[in-house]
Structures are given as structure tokens and as C-alpha cells.
Design a protein around this ligand. Structure first.
Ligand SMILES: *[C@@H]1O[C@H](CO)[C@@H](O)[C@H](O)[C@H]1NC(C)=O
Ligand SMILES: *[C@@H]1O[C@H](CO)[C@@H](O)[C@H](O)[C@H]1NC(C)=O
Ligand SMILES: *[C@@H]1O[C@H](CO)[C@@H](O)[C@H](O)[C@H]1NC(C)=O
Ligand SMILES: *[C@@H]1O[C@H](CO)[C@@H](O)[C@H](O)[C@H]1NC(C)=O
Ligand SMILES: *[C@@H]1O[C@H](CO)[C@@H](O)[C@H](O)[C@H]1NC(C)=O
Ligand SMILES: *[C@@H]1O[C@H](CO)[C@@H](O)[C@H](O)[C@H]1NC(C)=O
Ligand SMILES: [Cu+2]
Length: 404
């Protein structure tokens, strides 16, 4: 037993320490290595616990559709072989070529199937961020995206996640954003001397966060998405110099290039392994977990959620509403979903069905509490609605996936 455990731990340690963290591994601190190692162990614990639960349900002949045979495994992008990366990228491009299903009378800018997702996120933004639905709605949204890649674009793989901690020393060297043909394209064209950003928080009196602009700023210059068109927005776009840019109707047609402004310092300050570990371990109820994931008001931090979005930068990465237009959105939110899954599995009895918050952004205007019976929908992406209760587990309801 001791030998087994030791070799298991050694194996994990090797996996972490030989992970291609960045090209500049020597400046990676010991505490970051330790935190990365602990996150892997917690993730492994969540995996075992989820597989146990599937096994237990099948013993009780109550397994729903999810079994140990068909459970899907979402993995870190950097573990995808070249061929699987290309398959994922091609499926996302395919959604950008398929026609929209949103009626143009409701969103004139929704031109592609991909745009159906963007339009839905813009349309519902005040009801899915800093609400009781934040975690559940986004879990459902990215699940339907993954399902659509399979059903409409022949994708056979799983949704990859963006392991932020591994990229905090250089966004430019992230395998998701390095600009190669196996990335989601890289930085935008360099715009010199961009002034700082000013990020207000809703209608609060809190001082806005001041953040640096990044190392790009212009249109993408290489990679698979360099010719993609952003059709809607800006809707709530933070621009260098401090303004927020917004179309009178952000669902109108406004075609333009996809811009990025990679900003390593934002990722380093909000999404390093230590902050990720603290998010998982230091928040004991779901209110604290979801609030700190989005940056507690007044804390001066963006949280892992805002950190990842703003580290991509540009338009629509820095647009609080239109940001699914940047294909990095899905992998970023898969990582958030992974952390929620780990967090839930650390205390399933208390956390599996824990929910807190109302149906409006910072409860402004005031609205009823979100409950397990609250229904959410993804607009014209997929007809119908789903109860939050059915979203709370990645294997007990309609979903069937784990993270590695
Ligand atoms: C599975 O069943 C075993 C034995 O009854 C129990 O100890 C364990 O907690 C269960 N696991 C889960 C995740 O439900
Ligand atoms: C983008 O368009 C340019 C000009 O038409 C073309 O040369 C290039 O191959 C295209 N790249 C991609 C990834 O579609
Ligand atoms: C911000 O918006 C104001 C009012 O529209 C405008 O006068 C100003 O030039 C803008 N600043 C920048 C940096 O775009
Ligand atoms: C991680 O983020 C925290 C909070 O911003 C910061 O204090 C710490 O220095 C960061 N660690 C690294 C290694 O960048
Ligand atoms: C809404 O949730 C809050 C926080 O959990 C709780 O204090 C309040 O009583 C709830 N309101 C209603 C009407 O259930
Ligand atoms: C936006 O939301 C409203 C209210 O739920 C809905 O009636 C409308 O169809 C939605 N529009 C789009 C483009 O999804
Ligand atoms: Cu969102």
C-alpha cells in the first residue's frame, strides 16, 4: 500500500515537474510549483470521487445515461496532440461558416451559428454574471457549445480547458495563443503606447480598477482565426484610455476583425497557481467561491474569471458581453467549470447543490433568489430550458463528463 501510494505520488510529481510550464521555468517559484502540484492532487481527488459516484449509481441501477464507459474527459489544451488540436480548431471554424439560427429581426448581426452563442451571451449578460446562475449558466453554455461542435461539425473530441497557471509568465508562449496553426491565433498587431484601461464595477461607488494595456491591440496577424469576422458589438468593451465602448444596439451588424491584446501581467496577478489554489481551498460556501472567482467588489482583484478574459484583451476579449466572440472564451470557461467541479467534489454533501445569489447583476435591480428550480436557457443556440438542479452535477443530470 505504502509503495503504491508512493509511486502514485511520484508519478503525479513527475507529471507536474516535467510539465512544459513555460520556456522560462527557472524563474517559476517554488510556491507556484507546490500549488500546481496540489491543484493536480485535488483534481485527481475530484476525478476519483466522480467516478465512484458513477459506479455507485450503476450499482443502484440508477445510472441515468452516464456510465464509466461513456464518460467524457475534458483535458488541458497542452496535452492535445497536434491532430486533436487541429480537429478542435476546424470544428470551431465550422461553426463560424454555418448559418445562424437567430432571427435577424432579433439580432441583425447574428450571421453564423457561432454568432448564435455570442448573441445569447450579449442578450443575457445582466442575468448570468454576478448572479446565482453564473456558474450553472456557463456550465450549460459551454456544454451546449461542445455538443454543437459534435452534432453540427463532426467533432469527436472533448472541450479542452485553458490551464492559466502554466501561462502566467508569457501569454505569447501559451500553446493556446502563440499564433501557430495549432493555436487559437496569437496576439493582435502591435499598437504602441496604449494608455491604461479603467474597469468600473456596475453602478457601484467603488473606484474602477486601473489596468495596463497589453502587447498587441490590433487585428490578429496569424493562425487559424486571423480571418474571422466579429459581427456584433461592441457591447461593453473596455478600451485603452479608460472609456467603455458600446453600440446603441450591440446585436446589430457591425463586422470587423478579431483583435487581441495579450497582457501577461493581468494573468500573472489573477490566475497564477497560488490564486487558483486559494480560490478552491479558502472559500467554504458557494457565495464566497463565486464572488471571489469574479473578483470580490472592492478587493482590487479581477478574480480568475475577469483575469482570463482581460489577459486575452482586445475586441471582443475585453468586452464583458460580447467576449464569446474570442474563441478562447470556451477554454477559459472550461477551466472555471473545472475549478467549480473540484470545489464541489471536496464536500459533495454540502456543495453539490449549493447555490446563492439572485437573477440580476449584483442584485441590481433587486430580483428573487436563484434556486434549483430556476430555469435557464441559451436562446436561439438551443430551444427549451433547463432547471439549475440538472446542471449542478457533471454526471448525474444530462451531462456526462469529468476533468483530468
Ligand atoms: C459510493 O459508495 C460508497 C460505499 O457505500 C461510499 O462510501 C461513497 O461515499 C460513495 N461515493 C460517492 C461519491 O457517492
Ligand atoms: C486569411 O486570408 C489571407 C488573404 O486572403 C490568406 O492568405 C490566408 O491564408 C487566410 N488565413 C486563414 C487562416 O484563413
Ligand atoms: C472617451 O470618450 C469621450 C466622450 O465620448 C471622448 O471625448 C474621448 O476622446 C474618449 N477617449 C478616448 C481615449 O477614446
Ligand atoms: C499570484 O497572485 C497574487 C495575487 O495577485 C500575487 O500576490 C502573487 O505574487 C502572484 N504570484 C506569482 C508567482 O506571480
Ligand atoms: C435569499 O438568499 C439570501 C442569502 O442566502 C437569504 O438571506 C434570503 O432570506 C433569501 N431570500 C428569500 C426570499 O428566500
Ligand atoms: C433576448 O432575451 C429575450 C428575453 O428573454 C428574448 O425574448 C429574446 O428572444 C432574446 N433575444 C435573442 C437574440 O436571443
Ligand atoms: Cu459570461
Amino acid at each position: 500500500m505504502a509503495i503504491l501510494l508512493t509511486s502514485f505520488l511520484l508519478c503525479l510529481m513527475l507529471r507536474v515537474w516535467t510539465m512544459p510550464i513555460t520556456a522560462k521555468t527557472n524563474s517559476f517559484s517554488f510556491s507556484e510549483h507546490t500549488a500546481a502540484y496540489q491543484i493536480n492532487r485535488l483534481s485527481r481527488f475530484a476525478l476519483d470521487s466522480t467516478l465512484d459516484a458513477i459506479g455507485n449509481r450503476s450499482l443502484g441501477h440508477d445510472q441515468g445515461g452516464c456510465t464509466l464507459e461513456n464518460v467524457r474527459v475534458r483535458r488541458d489544451w497542452r496535452t492535445f496532440p497536434r491532430k486533436e488540436k487541429r480537429a478542435y480548431i476546424n470544428a470551431v471554424l465550422c461553426l463560424q461558416w454555418l448559418p445562424a439560427q437567430t432571427p435577424s429581426a432579433l439580432a441583425a448581426g447574428a450571421k453564423s451559428r457561432y454568432d448564435d452563442f455570442v448573441a445569447t451571451h450579449i442578450n443575457q449578460t445582466w442575468h448570468i454574471h454576478r448572479t446565482g446562475t453564473f456558474l450553472a449558466w456557463h456550465r450549460y453554455f459551454i456544454y451546449v457549445f461542445e455538443e454543437t461542435l459534435r452534432d453540427e461539425c463532426g467533432y469527436t473530441g472533448d472541450l479542452p480547458y485553458w490551464n492559466w497557471g502554466a501561462d502566467v509568465q508569457s501569454m505569447e508562449e501559451s500553446p493556446l495563443f502563440d499564433g501557430s496553426d495549432t493555436s487559437l491565433s496569437g496576439n493582435g498587431a502591435y499598437i504602441p503606447n496604449q494608455p491604461n484601461l479603467r474597469i468600473p464595477l456596475g453602478n457601484t461607488d467603488l473606484p474602477p480598477l486601473i489596468l495596463p494595456a497589453g502587447t498587441g491591440g490590433g487585428c490578429l496577424t496569424s493562425g487559424p482565426f486571423m480571418n474571422s469576422t466579429i459581427n456584433m458589438g461592441p457591447s461593453f468593451l473596455y478600451v485603452p484610455g479608460g472609456n467603455v465602448s458600446r453600440m446603441s444596439n450591440p446585436l446589430d451588424y457591425n463586422p470587423r476583425c478579431l483583435k487581441r491584446d495579450l497582457t501577461t501581467s493581468i494573468l500573472r496577478d489573477n490566475n497564477n497557481y497560488t490564486t487558483i489554489l486559494q480560490l478552491i481551498l479558502n472559500n467554504h460556501d458557494v457565495w464566497d467561491f463565486e464572488t471571489n472567482a469574479q473578483g470580490a467588489p472592492g478587493s482590487g482583484l479581477l478574480g480568475v474569471h475577469g483575469g482570463g478574459h482581460l489577459a486575452m484583451g482586445g475586441d471582443p476579449g475585453r468586452d464583458a458581453d460580447a467576449n464569446p466572440g474570442d474563441p478562447g472564451f470556451w477554454n477559459h470557461h472550461a477551466m472555471i467549470d473545472r475549478l467549480w467541479w473540484i470545489w464541489q467534489n471536496l464536500d459533495l454533501t454540502k456543495r453539490q447543490y449549493a447555490i446563492s445569489g439572485t437573477g440580476t447583476f449584483l442584485n441590481d435591480p433587486a430580483s428573487p433568489n436563484t434556486t434549483l428550480d430556476t430555469h435557464v436557457n441559451v436562446g436561439y443556440v438551443k430551444p427549451g430550458s433547463i432547471a439549475v438542479r440538472d446542471i449542478m452535477s457533471t454526471t448525474a443530470g444530462p451531462f456526462c463528463y469529468v476533468y483530468l
